[in-house]
Design a protein around this ligand. Structure first.
Ligand code: GLV
Ligand code: GLV
Length: 323
């Protein structure tokens, strides 16, 4: 008997090829680059044994109930899993696959690029070249902040946070602070000092948010947080938008409380084009492209397909989430 699989979006061909050549699977694809509307998601999952989803698909009790008792596995094409209602999933004995590790390098690289682009004002510079604002070489023009001799604070020194820290150290960072639930043994590799969040926030010249979104970290970067930052400090987030209170960030950026912010993640996504943050020169916003290299997305596609097949067959999944 064929196992029914619902794939919520066009995914890299490396993944589709694995699913369609596996045999034993009847694959139903939401054949679009745009998100599946909720009603179509609820219809599409009916009777499914497996769902391959993205971080933009909310998988909650309603979706699980719509799928029904066949559902064995949810495979998400992401390392983040805050879009999955894990308590409901666990109750129903459903397994979950995700894509850690394979996107660590790409995401760390993008985060460093965003940090440098924000600190050295690259988007502003590019804009000035195009709009005629570049009148001459000017000693006081488009100055920003450099990493050399700086203190960097990483909130959440996990796989991605460590990969960011490793990439930043060669820029001449003087101190690398990190905060989180526990000290990390491998932090020694980057001379990381485990400190309280308060210490990290008040002493860092660059703050990089690289933690997962949980009830603990939701809204962590709020008015009180920004008010402790140096006026010359740069804030960078490549984890999840909801870790930040965006009204408070806007206030901090316009009042001169902090120097600039670089965001690869926002609430909501996409950020409406008339959002106040997009009017600010000292805020660089990217459209959640941390893992977006051709090769990384290909590997994520393949891994999510293999996770799904493992879940369907009741065998090992290459990257199963334990929860
Ligand atoms: C990206 O944000 C991911 O969770 O993979
Ligand atoms: C967080 O997403 C991590 O990989 O550490």
């Amino acid at each position: 008997k064929l196992m029914k699989v619902f794939v919520t979006r066009r995914i890299p061909q490396e993944g589709m090829k694995i699913l369609t050549t596996a045999g034993g699977c009847e694959v139903s694809l939401w054949d679009s680059d745009e998100p599946v509307p909720r009603a179509d998601l609820l219809k599409g999952v009916q009777g499914a044994h497996g769902i391959l989803c993205l971080l933009s698909d909310k998988i909650d009790a309603e979706v699980l109930d719509a799928a029904g008792p066949n559902l064995k596995v949810i495979s998400t094409l992401s390392v983040g899993f805050d879009h999955l209602a894990l308590d409901e999933i666990k109750k129903r004995g459903i397994r979950v696959g995700y894509t850690p590790d394979v996107l660590t390098d790409a995401t760390a690289e993008l985060t460093v690029a965003l940090l440098l682009a924000t600190a050295r004002r690259l988007p502003e510079g590019v804009e000035e070249v195009k709009n005629g604002g570049w009148s001459s070489w000017k000693p006081l023009w488009l100055c920003g902040y450099g990493l050399s001799g700086s203190t960097v604070g990483v909130i959440g020194l996990g796989r991605i946070g460590m990969a960011i820290a490793r990439r930043l150290m060669p820029f001449g960072v003087k101190r690398l602070l990190y905060s989180g639930r526990t000290a990390k043994a491998n932090a020694a590799e980057v001379n990381g000092e485990f400190v309280s969040l308060d210490t990290l926030v008040s002493e860092s010249d660059f703050i990089v948010v690289s933690c997962s979104l949980t009830p603990e970290t939701q809204g962590l970067c709020d008015k009180a947080f920004f008010s402790k930052m140096k006026n010359t400090a740069i804030f960078v987030n490549s984890s999840r938008g909801a870790v930040v209170n965006q009204e408070d960030l806007y206030e901090a950026l316009t009042s001169g409380q902090i120097a600039a912010a670089g965001l690869d993640v926002t609430t909501p996504e996409p950020l409406p084009t008339n959002h106040p943050l997009l009017t600010l020169k000292n805020c660089v916003v990217l459209p959640h492209i941390g893992s977006a290299t051709y090769s990384t997305r290909g590997v994520m596609g393949a891994l999510s397909a293999q996770n799904l097949l493992g879940g369907l067959q009741g065998t090992d999944m290459p990257s199963e989430l334990t929860f």
